[in-house]
Design a binder for this molecule. Structure first.
Ligand SMILES: NC(=O)c1ccc[n+]([C@@H]2O[C@H](COP(=O)([O-])OP(=O)(O)OC[C@H]3O[C@@H](n4cnc5c(N)ncnc54)[C@H](OP(=O)(O)O)[C@@H]3O)[C@@H](O)[C@H]2O)c1
Length: 223
């Protein structure tokens, strides 16, 4: 954790060609049961698990750590949802109060009130000028300041994964690669990153590679 923000681990589960879902959005399951069990252990070892509203809409995940034995406490489950459009019957609600981080001035007060009445905790933060969505650095600051969060696991689609990478807010990437190739018609692992030249693209440092059932698990240090 730096002075102002929690440490951030980005988890990615892709095909060999870096695709996270079919064009239809179908992504369950690209990786096998061993990789998914590892993801549950990762969730248990972080203070918070953060996703985007796109993943909530597509997959309706619980984002709990389902390990055996169960962890002493569940991570705080967090959704970046600029306009407070999270469904009121989201599976996230099945395991305690998740936190929805909305955009100040972008979420209607009635939408926020509906979420709170349904059992969500709601925070409001500044939106980035472009692309007009929740500012990821502000979201991390709220997690540290108001919730005592020191470590965050980002488990999201290309939108939020791209936002954290673009902002230089990722410390570590854990990348599960499954033995299949989905092609350019499937969805990419990250949104645009906006690099101008190859020289300015940060190079990551490989820290560990191991087999995880039929998949490969790579740990990369980003910063
Ligand atoms: N294989 C994997 O590891 C994995 C993991 C998770 C999801 N997925 C797949 O990813 C797909 C969903 O992708 P997605 O990109 O829609 O999901 P996402 O990254 O989870 O959510 C994107 C949404 O988050 C909101 N958001 C809030 N702040 C943001 C910011 N600063 N930057 C970007 N977005 C922000 C935006 O909606 P608002 O503007 O309304 O706030 C945006 O549309 C699904 O098919 C899912 O199955 C795969």
């Amino acid at each position: 954790m730096s002075a102002s923000r929690p440490s951030v681990t980005l988890k990615l589960a892709t095909s060999l060609d870096g695709r996270i879902a079919m064009a239809s959005g179908e992504s369950r399951w690209i990786t096998g049961p061993q990789a998914r069990a590892e993801v549950h252990r990762m969730r248990a070892s972080h203070d918070a698990v953060l996703t985007g509203i796109g993943t909530v809409m597509a997959d309706d995940p619980q984002l709990t750590a389902r390990t055996d034995p169960a962890p002493a406490r569940q991570p705080l489950r967090v959704v970046l949802d600029t306009a407070a459009r999270c469904p009121l019957d989201a599976a996230l609600l099945q395991a305690g109060a998740p936190l929805v981080i909305t955009g100040r001035g972008r979420a209607a007060p009635e939408a926020v009130a509906r979420l709170e009445a349904a059992g969500f905790a709601v925070a409001q933060v500044r939106v980035e000028a472009l692309p007009g969505k929740v500012d990821p650095a502000e979201a991390l600051a709220v997690l540290a300041r108001d919730h005592g969060i020191a470590s965050v696991m980002v488990e999201a689609g290309a939108g939020v994964a791209g936002a954290f990478l673009r902002a230089g807010l990722v410390d570590r990437v854990v990348w599960f690669r499954a033995p299949l190739v989905l092609g350019a018609d499937a969805r990419p692992v990250t949104d645009v990153l906006g690099h101008g030249t190859l020289a300015e693209v940060p190079r990551w440092v490989l820290e560990d590679v191991r087999a995880c059932g039929p998949d490969q698990m790579e740990s990369w240090r980003v910063r």
